[in-house]
Structure formats: C-alpha cells, structure tokens
Design a protein around this ligand. Structure first.
Ligand code: 1PR
Length: 588
C-alpha cells in the first residue's frame, strides 16, 4: 500500500487497539510536513553484531512502523499458527529469527521513520547478514536505491534501480489493482506453489528489472511493462504483491517463508494465468433489521423491505458467515456496504466493526467497507472526522473504504469551484491511506430525455429506448441510499472524484439493482471509458452471461453481484467457469 502521509513516531510498533474507545484524535498523528524532496542521506551499512535469538521457532518478528493497516498480515501469520513479536528497537530486528516487513504508506514517510529510529541501518545489516527476511509491497520497494514517489527519495540502497510510477498513458489503469500472473524467473522457494495462479497486487509504483538487479529478481509481472514482482537473494525475499490477500496461494507463500521445510503441493508450472484477471466481487448490503440484528439484506431498486404486511427488512443471512462462504467459493473481493450508514453514525455501530474484525481473521482476499464515511458530530458535541471513521474501519480489517454520499457533495463542490480544498473525506483519506484504498460508490438513476440538450450533464444515446420512446438519457447521482437526487451526473462525478483522489469506482445503477436482467452496459461503458482508474460494474447480474457481456462490451475491471449469490442461484465458480470458457481471464 502506498500513499500514507502519516507515520506516527510514537505509535511505532505499538499494537493498535481495535476498540472504539481507543479512537481519539491523538491516536492519529499526522506528519504534515512535506515529504522529502531532497535525497535522504545515504545509510551506512556497517555490520552490527547479531546476538543469538532466544525466540522460539513459532515466533515471527513483525516490523510495523505504525503507518497503516497491517492487520491482514497479522491475521494471516496467526492463521498459519505463528506468534507475533513486534519490533520496538533496532535490536529487535537484529535478534529476529525471521522478520516480516509489510511496508505500508508512502515511501518518503516510511524512510523517514526507518532512518530516525535506526531501523534502516538495522534492516540493512540484517539482510546483508542473510537472515530470513520477507518484505511486502512497500517492504520490497524500500530495498531499492530510490523512489520517484513524492521524490526522488533515497531508499535502503540494497538493490540497484529506481522505483517509478506506472505509466497510465498506454491505457493501463493506475493504481494496478487486482489479480495478476507472475513469470517466475528463478527458484525462489517461497513461490513454489504459485505456478498457474494469480496473486493480488495493489500499487501505483513499481521497480523495473535491469541488468544491474537481475541477480535479485525472482519473478516479474506484466502490467503494461514488465516490473519486479518478487526478489530473492539467499534468505532475503520480498514481494510486490500481497500474499496475505492472495487467498490460499498467498498463504502458501507465507507458509513457505515461515517454515521453509514445509512441503508445497507442486513446483512451478507454465500456468493459465497470463495477465490481470477480471475480478468477481461478492457484495453484502448490511443493516440492522427491526429486531436489532445486523443482517445481510438485498434490495429491489434499493427497496430492502419485504412487500408483506409486516414490511420487514429482507434477511438473507449473517454477514461474517456469508463473507467466509464467498471467500471459500472463490470471490476475488468481498464488499460490505453499511446501507443505513448515512443516518447512523458508523462508529456507533460496533457490530459492524466486529463483523469486519471477525471476517478479516479468516478471509484472505481484499475487504472493502462503505457506508456513513463522513465528518460527524455526536450528541455530546464530539466531532469525528471522516478520516477517523475510515481509520477505524481500516484498523478493524478493511483494505479499502468506499464513500457514497459524501463523495457526491465533494464532487459537486469541486465542479462548482474548481478548487481542491483537501478537506473532503475523499481527499483526506486518499492523502493518508493512498488512493488505492479509496473507492467511490456511485448510485445513479437513469433519467430518459427526448433531446440530449435537455440537461447540462453528459447524455448518452440509449441502446433501449425509454418508456415514451426517448432515445437519450443521463444518469443522475443520488445520496442517502438513493433517496435524494442531486444536480450532478455520474459521468461528471466519476471524473471529479478521480481528480480528487479516488482509486476506484463502484458503479451501481438503481434501475438495475436486484432486477437480474443484466448490468447497465450503456452506463458502465460511459464511465469506464471516461476515467483511468478501475471501474467495478454493479447492479443487475442475473446469469453468468451478464458477466461476460459486461467484460466484453465495456472496460470494467471487475463485476460485483449480490442477489444471485445470496439466493444461491448462481455460484461464484459457475461465473468464473463461464468467463474462462469465453476466453476472459479470471483467478481460479
Ligand atoms: O452514502 O457513504 O453512506 O454509502 C452508502 C452505501 O450503501 C453506498 O455504497 C450505497 O450504494 C449503499 N446503499 C445505500 N442504500 C442501499 C440500498 O440498497 N437501499 N445499497 C445501498 C446499494 C447496491 C449494490 C448492490 C448491487 C448488486 N447496494 O452494491 O449490491 O446493486 O445487487 P444485485 O446483484 O442484486 O443487482 P454512504
């Protein structure tokens, strides 16, 4: 994960409390100074003495410098039966039996913390002494000479090359989010089970292979260009992808690092995985029902109540159980949308945070959570910023947060003023956690028009005419779960939120929601052609053919469905099987 602009020196290696009461303004310390523009002083690599470790064989030392969510890595390590010891001093690094460094945040702030704490020097010594090391994501990038991320900024300087940004001008969407294939270049041991499987990436910066660093490169990945997916030299390993979010195959990478003697299932084979896979996402709309239980519900055009005398909220199951089931069934991501978050304060909704915590203990694919992310003042006058709300979601296990209503207001304001204030929830959260962690959920409704000149918003010529034979439509954004239409179109909003820092768009359609008649291809094509960030097509899936249709006819990166999965009408594996038959690459 890149992009975090804060790194709490004082929170270094502290175990973050997950309780709501622990969330105080002081729990987030934001370094507001500008990231280093100048190169940092190079780090001397003098050898430090490594004392014999007293750690038991099941202990993993974790370098968490307090810059973001490493809960998923902790969960994965524990799931594999290992205990975690946090690094508190450079000596803890030198004494580690095995060290995992899940780099999060921005390159410059990470280097700043590592240098100030003496960890940078200890890390270099530890790796040079060939001690077991696994860097993840930024934990790989920091090993290189420097990065262009808000830089140039010097890195640890162990591997020749500069970390640069992906080039989006050749049609590849940045951030690079999703499941991609690897080309394994040499025996890396920890990648022995990967073979024909995809692994999960989420990043905007990457290091490129060259003659200077080829002795380090153990695998590459192609996304526009070939970039370094993993390195290995002796006992030093690092991966650009997220093993803790790469399902079973990712867990096997971690297991092979933690226990090199563990037997894998197979040696690398020439695989089916060849490029970025289209993602299939299971979505759980969650709310409290009239009995006070948090349930998974599902609407018809956003109406989630049964049409019976009791008029109850439709109850389709328990959130943690269903999320776990979808993980086992092969969902590439799981999304929770707290659909009444717009009126309830989400941090007051402790059951939702509990759902996230429990889900993240057993679900090792990305988790997104949305609903109610905005500034809020409670009955006692205590103000909570949207950043605090998001931070609590991240601490509870979310990998991405999704903003709905508040992003509409931010988009409207930005279009009116052309000024990026930096104050909107979208800007604040993407500045701190990186834009790859921020999804904007758009809830548009189709409005048919006789003439494209009837509105000031982007219109389309519709494939199927409207009820009175209208040939045009615009897509009006709504807020508060579709209850209020706003003076902004989905096209205008998508472009505005991309500029404000969104990393991905979840594109719903109220007209299609729950109808099972297929995605709104006109809408999805309009938006996925307009932006260069990934677009998730949502609303209307009723059959496997709807998934292939949306991937063939539009530039959507992922397709999300709810009702057909909840009602067990179409299993996730049938969707994937069909997509494979149609020649569309998916993770298997
Ligand atoms: O505005 O920031 O509090 O976020 C609220 C979030 O809750 C938004 O993401 C909004 O989309 C969602 N939401 C609000 N009300 C509802 C509702 O249904 N009454 N759910 C709602 C939206 C839409 C989809 C759904 C797909 C697929 N759910 O995500 O899962 O349409 O369904 P299908 O496959 O059955 O057709 P904020």
């Amino acid at each position: 994960m890149e992009g975090v602009r804060y790194a709490s020196f004082t929170s270094f290696a502290t175990t973050k409390s997950s309780s709501f009461s622990a969330l105080s303004p002081s729990s987030i310390i934001i370094l507001r100074q500008k990231p280093h523009k100048k190169a940092l002083k190079s780090i001397s690599h003098r050898n430090l003495v490594i004392s014999a470790s007293s750690a038991s064989n099941s202990v993993v030392t974790l370098l968490d410098y307090g810059a973001g969510n490493v809960r998923s890595v902790r969960n994965a390590i524990r799931y594999l039966g290992f205990e975690i010891e946090d690094v508190r001093t450079p000596k803890d690094i030198l004494n580690a039996e095995r060290l995992i460094f899940p780099g999060v945040g921005a390159f410059a702030s990470a280097m700043d913390v590592l240098t100030k704490t003496g960890m940078a020097e200890a890390l270099c010594t530890y790796i040079k002494n060939d001690r077991p090391f696994l860097g993840i994501c930024l934990g790989l990038q920091l090993l290189f000479e420097s990065s262009e991320e808000n830089g140039p900024v010097n890195g640890l300087g162990l591997i020749p090359s500069v970390v640069g940004r992906f080039n989006s001008s050749n049609g590849f969407r940045v951030p690079h989010i999703g499941w991609n294939a690897l080309q394994v270049a040499k025996d890396s041991e920890i990648l022995d089970d990967i073979g024909d499987h995809h692994v999960y990436f989420v990043h905007s910066y990457r290091a490129m292979p060259s003659d200077d660093n080829k002795e380090w490169v153990s695998s590459t990945c192609n996304y526009g260009d070939d970039f370094i997916a993993s390195i290995r030299r002796g006992n030093a390993h690092a991966v650009q992808f997220h093993p803790e979010k790469s399902g079973d195959v990712g867990l096997s990478v971690l297991r092979r690092f933690l226990n090199p003697k563990s037997q894998g299932t197979k040696k690398p084979t020439q695989g089916k995985a060849s490029k970025l896979a289209k993602r299939v996402i299971a979505c759980l709309d969650v709310r409290t029902n009239d009995k006070g239980d948090l349930v998974v519900t599902k609407g018809d055009q956003y109406d989630v109540r049964e049409h019976t005398k009791e008029n109850e909220v439709r109850n389709l199951g328990k959130p943690v159980e269903l999320a776990g089931q979808y993980y086992k069934d092969g969902a590439d991501e799981v999304s929770f949308l707290n659909i009444t978050g717009f009126r309830d304060f989400p941090l007051g909704d402790l059951p939702m945070l509990e759902v996230l915590r429990h889900t993240s203990e057993n679900v090792f694919v990305p988790l997104t959570v949305g609903g109610g992310i905005r500034d809020f003042t409670d009955a006692n006058g205590r103000h909570y910023s949207s950043l605090e709300v998001a931070s609590e979601y991240f601490r509870s296990g979310a990998d991405k947060i999704s903003i709905g209503s508040d992003a509409v207001y931010a988009g409207e304001e930005y279009i009116k003023t052309k000024v990026k204030t930096g104050n909107s929830s979208l800007e604040q959260i993407s500045r701190v956690y990186g834009n790859q962690a921020v999804v904007v959920s758009i809830d548009p409704r189709r409005v048919y028009l006789k003439s494209p000149n009837d509105v000031q918003f982007k219109t389309i010529s519709v494939t199927k005419p409207g009820p009175s034979g209208e040939e045009y439509a615009w897509y009006q954004c709504t807020v508060n779960g579709g209850r209020e239409g706003r003076p902004i179109g989905a096209y205008e909003l998508a472009k505005a939120v991309e500029e404000l820092g969104a990393g991905e768009i979840l594109l719903n359609c109220i007209d299609c929601d729950g109808q099972g008649k297929g995605f709104d291809i006109d809408l999805i094509k309009l938006i996925s052609d307009a932006v260069s960030i990934p677009v998730i097509a949502s609303s209307g899936a009723g059959a496997v053919e709807h998934f292939s249709e949306v991937f063939v006819k539009t530039n959507a990166s992922a397709a999300l469905a709810a009702g057909i999965f909840h009602r067990k009408e179409v299993p996730i594996q049938s969707v994937k099987g069909h997509l494979l038959e149609e020649g569309i690459e998916v993770r298997i």
